[in-house]
Design a protein around this ligand. Sequence first.
Ligand code: PGA
Length: 253
Amino acid sequence: MRKKIVAGNWKMNLTSEEGQQLTTEIVNLYKGEAIQDVVVVLNPPFPHLYPVKKLVGDTAGIFVGAQNCSDKEGGAFTGEVSSKILASFGVSYVILGHSERRENFKEDQVVLATKINQALAHGLVPIFCCGESLEIRESGTHEETVKAQLTASLFHLSPGEFSKVVIAYEPIWAIGTGKTASAEQAQEMHAALRGHLATKYGDVIAAQIAILYGGSANPGNAKELFGKPDVDGGLIGGASLKSRDFIEIVKSF
Ligand code: PGA
């Protein structure tokens, strides 16, 4: 059985107080609703990681993740945060390859492969994002484009390393636009990606990898998306900033 995962990507939002309030509400709702079998990952901006981790405490099933890490091990890299530092603060996951970082910060496939290595070397679970632009979708080359993103940044990993990775398919045209991929479009891509993973790592490992969907997922569409056989959860942006919405998504399996 694959893990079911719902990760909240707070992006560059929330003050200290707001972040602590949101975390407290999510932890209370998660416990209160006795949610089981769904892993929740909270991915706040860096300064929130420590207080969020403290508030989550030893709540079974809730983990803390970063939104980025350095491709370097450590040293004179002002403003960067290494996987080693993140792990030492109890961070368990890290989002890598988000389209906002690929576009705004020019992160290419090579640097992403190095970040993946750094994350794995320090025991962080990478949530590796991939996805196509509207232009690529309309040209009909979306499957090969997204498969190539996986090949370029992940296929150097050994089978043992690769089995720790989580994948998030996020069509760029659906991120923050209110325009979700249909459940059929998500399933089609997820199945194609799983097939692609199988060509490199075999059916058994491919069947174990959680593939999340991201892009305007909300309490109204999560059930249908998560109902698809190859959709193992979601990477949630906007709707992760409201505790009730986020928990409704978590409960959508
Ligand atoms: P969204 O963002 O849910 O606000 O579309 C998803 C993401 O960028 O991870």
